[in-house]
Design a protein around this ligand. Structure first.
Ligand code: RIB
Length: 321
């Protein structure tokens, strides 16, 4: 089985449920405070590991209780933390999250997430990576290090998965190093200038990303599921009907499932089915990492599931790539 190497963020999420979003200058009383492990990178690492992949985390936390707790959460999910740095004098990343009707708004202080540099990513790849492994990253770490990491991983023959979140402007050159990009509606609009309010608009935006050099585009659309474009393959994936409690980390679960599927040689269709069901299940539970389902939860949701023998054999990767 290929390895999944995640270069990404770890945040302690401080979340409060409210009836509505506060206005500027307003103090609002909420309820159901929750302190739990998050960060897009760490959430995606936990999702891939919990669903059955061999995952290695490359990131940094501060030398504080939040950092120690985030490391413990990753280790508990089976993620290798041998390259997770503990930095003195810089705090662990924190996310302040307001939850309204299952949806959320997030404000981040990246703290130690911005400490690692291109040389750190290169050193980790020297140590860990082999052609065919998966390199998964987002945009919550130092941006130049992230772009350098994608280029380096691509040059070494790794399969690169890029979650362009939170969206920033990405140099055209970087897209050539991306095998699979996963983004949501807001990120799609920022990156391509097209808001995907219909399947036609979604496809137009996704074709633009393909024209920049990306092989596979996965666009997540919340309750509308996701759309995937890979070569001539166009997939409309609709989620199972679930009772939504909290969507925090649902997109990360989708991406972690895609990485697991690639590492275990599932077809593109199987990968999307896993991602869709895993992220729907994540919405039924409160929090980020604590809401990510196990492989057996997802198999039950899928009904027929993906046979165990397929799950344990190395394969050729996402079909159509
Ligand atoms: O994608 C959800 C995550 O975004 C949260 O866990 C929060 O930490 C922010 O990084």
């Amino acid at each position: 089985m290929s390895k999944v190497i995640v270069f990404g963020s770890l945040n302690m999420d401080l979340t409060i449920e409210c009836d509505r979003m506060p206005r500027m200058g307003e103090t609002l009383t909420g309820r159901n405070f929750l302190l739990n492990a998050g960060g897009k990178g760490a959430n995606q690492a936990v999702a891939a590991a919990r669903l059955g992949a061999d995952v290695h985390m490359l990131g940094a936390v501060g030398a504080d209780v939040f950092g120690d707790s985030l490391r413990a959460s990753l280790e508990q999910a089976g993620v290798d933390c041998g390259r997770l740095q503990r930095i003195e004098g810089t705090p662990t990343g924190v996310a302040s999250i307001t939850r309204v009707a299952g949806d959320n708004c997030i404000v981040l202080d990246p703290g130690a997430n911005h400490v690692l540099r291109p040389k750190d990513v290169k050193a980790a790849l020297d140590e860990l990576a082999h052609p065919g492994d998966i390199f998964l990253t987002q945009l919550e770490c130092d941006i130049p290090s992230t772009f350098a990491g994608l280029a380096e991983a691509h040059r070494r023959g790794l399969y690169t998965i890029f979650n362009s979140a939170p969206a920033v402007s990405v140099p055209r050159e970087t897209w050539k190093s991306v095998d699979l990009v996963c983004l949501n509606e807001t990120e799609c609009e920022i990156v391509t200038g097209v808001f995907p309010d219909s399947d036609d608009a979604a496809r137009r935006a996704m074709e633009l990303l393909v024209s920049w050099g990306v092989s596979t585009v996965a666009l997540t659309l919340g309750a509308q599921g996701s759309r995937v474009l890979s070569g001539d393959t166009w997939i409309v994936s609709l989620p199972p009907s679930v009772e939504v409690v909290d969507t925090t980390g649902a997109g990360d679960t989708y991406i972690g499932a895609l990485a697991m599927a690639r590492a275990r040689g599932l077809s593109l269709e199987e990968a999307i089915a896993w991602a869709t069901h895993a992220s729907a299940l994540a919405c039924t539970r409160l929090g980020a990492q604590q809401a990510i389902p196990s492989a057996s939860d997802v198999m039950s949701s899928l009904g027929t599931g993906v046979p165990e023998d397929k799950m344990s054999s190395p394969g050729t990767g996402l079909a159509g790539d």
